[in-house]
Write a protein that binds this ligand. Structure first.
Ligand code: MN
Length: 441
């Protein structure tokens, strides 16, 4: 397991003043990686890290000759236009770069050499952090699986395989976009329950799914597997993921092979990748399974995993209607799920995915599945929050929703916070719904 080290010290402060503000997503203990462009330029994306409300460009740090050995090679691999080469290097390189950047940015570090190279986040556009080769979406929240199952099968919500095997479908990487990119309402085949025939029209039950995204590091060769206790060395880091879902298209198309067009029209991710090492203070034991639940098969369990396979992450998902955006109102929080109660861990998901010999490449990506808790204010999708569209959600403006309307903006956030550790955040995953071609009617 990644050990706590000097970079996690909660008393560590940066010479970048905004990084020391309470509640800041990007204190010196975080140091997430991203790809940016200057606003209104067409230059290729370049690699950077977030510190407070600024970005530090890795090319500038290299040009000053402030990095050495593995950290220098790691920074060279992160120059751009994607982080895939850095992801391929492995955790020893990632860790050395983190350690040397922490030294440069801490109070008493290289302020004189670097302060003029910082760029305010407000002057850059964040880009896709990686070239994602393959994307898989899991279904690892038992609360979500139960809530959705109950809508379909009230007496038997959870299918018999659920507690034995991490369920997933192969997603679509070509339509993943970074936060800030609008998402167009899809059209597709729908069949109303009482209709005889399907029609091709705009989705009327457009939903979000609040998830954690995972970027894979070095990966494995075809035919090889990833042991559970090695899985963390293959995880580069995490972001917030909105797995948009067209519920009415999904309901008609998903039998028997699972989601297809209902999921592949758009997926949105937050731009910063919080590293596995930054998460070390927030590793925890996996939440014990209820009495009577099966013990996972041997390849999906280990003593080390039991002790440190859980991740203590808070999320929330909010909507700003067009009227709220016009008023300048803050997005209204619909749900605040917690990650630590997931039935399957990010490590079990990766190990299971590779258990048949499926190879992972640097920059491959997987989602946790919608994260939902047991309470009404912990639900990660509108399908659950509106009980299948039967209960309206009322906003402070008096407006109501069951599913998303054109112009609605969905904003997801995630953060980690506990006594004895520095609070770290993931930033935002934000996207606005554009009308379907030809309108929504
Ligand atoms: Mn999903």
């Amino acid at each position: 397991m990644t050990q706590l080290n000097d970079t996690h010290d909660p008393s560590l402060k940066s010479w970048v003043a905004s990084a020391n503000e309470p509640g800041c997503d990007f204190p010196i203990q975080n140091l997430p990686f991203g790809m940016f462009k200057r606003t209104n330029t067409d230059t290729p994306p370049r690699g950077c890290i977030a510190i407070g409300d600024q970005i530090l460009v890795l090319a500038h740090v290299l040009a000053k000759g402030l990095l050495c050995d593995k950290a220098e090679r790691a920074a060279e691999a992160a120059l751009g236009p994607t982080l895939n080469p850095l992801m391929a290097l492995g955790s020893d390189h990632w860790s050395d770069l983190r350690s040397q950047l922490s030294h440069l940015l801490k109070e008493g570090g290289e302020e004189d050499a670097l302060k003029d190279t910082l760029i305010p986040m407000s002057e850059v556009v964040m880009c896709m952090p990686a070239d994602i080769g393959d994307y898989t979406d899991f279904y690892s929240s038992i609360n979500h699986a139960t809530n959705v199952g109950r809508l379909l099968r009230p007496d038997n919500p959870l299918l018999p395989n659920y507690k034995h095997i991490p369920i997933a479908y192969h997603g679509r990487s070509s339509s993943i976009r970074v936060s800030g990119t609008p998402s167009k309402r899809p059209k597709g085949q729908l069949k109303a329950p009482d209709a005889e025939l399907p029609v091709f029209t705009a989705c009327k039950r457009l939903d979000y799914e609040t998830e954690l995204g995972v970027f894979v590091g070095p990966g494995n060769s075809l035919g090889e597997t990833i042991a559970l206790d090695d899985a963390e060395d293959h995880i580069f880091g995490f972001c917030v993921l909105n797995d948009w879902s067209a519920r009415d298209i999904q309901a008609w198309e998903y039998v028997p092979l699972g989601p297809f067009l209902a999921k592949n029209f758009a997926t949105t991710i937050s731009p910063w990748i919080v590293t596995m090492e930054a998460m070390a203070p927030y590793r925890q034991e996996v939440t014990p399974r209820p009495d009577g639940d099966p013990v996972p098969l041997a390849y999906l369990t280990s003593e080390a995993h039991e002790q440190s396979g859980g991740l203590d992450i808070n999320l929330d998902v909010a909507i700003a209607t067009p009227k709220m955006q016009e008023n300048g109102d803050a997005p209204f929080v619909i749900g605040s799920p917690v990650f630590k109660d997931m039935y399957w861990s990010v490590f079990q998901m990766l190990t299971h995915h590779a258990s048949g010999g499926c190879n992972f490449q640097p920059g491959d990506f997987y989602g946790s599945g919608t994260i939902s808790g047991t309470e009404k204010d912990q639900l990660g999708s509108l399908l659950e929050a509106s009980v299948g569209g039967m209960q309206e959600i009322t906003f402070p403006t008096g407006e109501t929703r069951t599913f998303l309307e054109d112009g609605d903006e969905v904003v997801m956030r995630a953060w980690c916070d506990k006594d004895g550790a520095a609070r770290i955040g993931f930033g935002e995953c934000r996207s606005i719904i554009l009308p379907a071609d030809g309108g929504t009617a």
